[in-house]
Design a protein around this ligand. Structure first.
Ligand code: FMN
Length: 229
């Protein structure tokens, strides 16, 4: 990409495009379907695509809430939550959960999903989800910008203390991501990406620079539609 072929903007000054491209660039993103329970025992379920894994030893995940939404409120009060895996078959239910339900009304029940008990947290998990991560709160970061001004975004970090995997998606001891068919958030408001077995490709990880050069040369001489290298 040569400079003259590049569109550049400084977000503080504005993108100058019909729609903000930021979320289309950091895409596709997994969706954390966050279930919580409030101190009165009422459930809550909402999708968050500013969501990902932060590290694996110990397993830590994080999501970010624009404003102190009900999920954050419940996590602040109880110190726990569950991140449920969103497969494509659950797309409509996930989307329905993003509506503004009154605080205390359980979206999981409202959209016709089945609450399943967790082992270590009081919040329910989505029984229909291929996997669910029980988490205990590590910290909530109230995000400031470069000027030290509040962004009114809250990043919730949770350590995974329990992992549920539907046995149907365990193949030869591996979680079969392709079969579980994660729904990912793509660029603009209504856009999603669908990942299935066809999109899984394998890349050998190089150790040394020499390995890296060999893999690169092999890649260049390979049909790029091939699923392994
Ligand atoms: C696919 C998808 C991803 C979303 N990601 C986020 C997100 O990352 N952060 C956020 O604040 N809201 C996000 N939303 C909107 C929330 O789901 C919505 O505001 C919801 O009502 C919040 O529920 P709660 O108040 O029960 O936590 C997303 C919605 C959808 C459909």
């Amino acid at each position: 990409m040569r400079t003259e072929d590049t569109y550049f903007y400084d977000p503080v000054k504005g993108h100058g495009l019909p729609h903000d491209p930021f979320k289309a660039i950091v895409a596709p993103r997994p969706i954390g379907w966050i279930s919580t329970r409030n101190p009165a025992g009422q459930g809550n379920l909402a999708p968050y695509s500013f969501f990902s894994a932060m590290c694996d030893h110990p397993p830590v995940i994080a999501f970010s809430s624009a404003g102190r939404k009900d999920s954050v409120r419940n996590i602040e009060a109880t110190g726990e939550f569950v991140a449920n895996f969103v497969s494509q078959s659950l797309a409509a239910a996930m989307n329905a959960c993003s509506a503004s339900f009154p605080y205390g009304e359980d979206e999981m029940v409202a959209v016709g999903l089945t609450p399943a008990v967790c082992r270590q947290v009081a919040a329910a998990r989505v029984a229909e989800a291929p996997a669910a991560l029980e988490c205990r709160l590590l910290q909530i970061v109230a995000l400031n910008d470069l000027d030290g001004q509040s962004t009114d975004h809250f990043v919730v970090f949770g350590q995974v203390t329990g992992v549920h995997i539907a046995r149907a998606y365990l193949k030869d001891g591996r979680f079969d991501t392709g079969a579980a068919a994660p729904l990912m958030r793509a660029g603009y408001l209504t856009e999603y990406a669908a990942v299935g077995p066809e999109q899984i490709l394998h890349l050998e990880r190089p150790d040394t620079p020499d390995d890296a050069r060999k893999l690169l040369a092999a890649w260049k001489s390979t049909d790029h539609r091939s699923k392994s290298l």
